[in-house]
Design a protein around this ligand. Sequence first.
Ligand SMILES: [Zn+2]
Length: 249
Amino acid sequence: MNDTQLLRYSRQIMLPQVDIEGQERLLAARALIIGAGGLGSPAAMYLAAAGVGHLVVADHDSVELSNLQRQLLHHDKDIGRNKVASAQETLTTINPDIRVSTIAQTLQGDALGDEVRQADVVLDCSDNFATRFAVNQACVTHRTPLVSGAAIRMEGQVAVFDSRLENSPCYHCLYKEGEEDDQTCSGNGVLSPVVGIIGSLQALEALKVILSIGATLAGRLVIFDGLTHEWRTLTLRQDPDCAVCSSVL
Ligand SMILES: [Zn+2]
């Protein structure tokens, strides 16, 4: 690290759990962020500021006026632009020290697998079950840790699915295709800071995964109710009949 980097990241380097070695680990890391919306905004901005060296941001959408209430990567001037283009601009403005790659399409199939394989951690900041299931499948296949987040109305949840660990549940152990209730913020509304809270927690968990520190939310699901301000933590178990992760082990 050069002197500028030592100063930029000094408040993290001060932490004994991070130190210079940890910061170098962050700078050498690659994070894949699926979705540059309400969750992807705070998640990507914190990872950029913290010095995760290579962020890959995937989103097929373009910026609309109704996004700006909660998707802080994008600004009024960005309406009509690809979300990944405005995301890249914001992230490199926050921290020109990192690299930001963009994918202006829905990642699927081999392209999704390729990106997941190259990532040290994947953040699912999408808003639909089809994407979540596809991302989970790719993360299990390539044993890439997945930080999953969701938020709607005044509620949110976050979990880590780390298939590097033995007997670790995957997203599909929790939700099955066909049973899901595909509600989105665009259809149901969301109070702006709720996505900020959940996306920030995703960034925190992703940093812990990269640094291998503390106890991540692997095997746990945290549910936040913003209206009553209650937090609940559920323990998740691997489904021995899970079609996605049980066959891999
Ligand atoms: Zn599973």
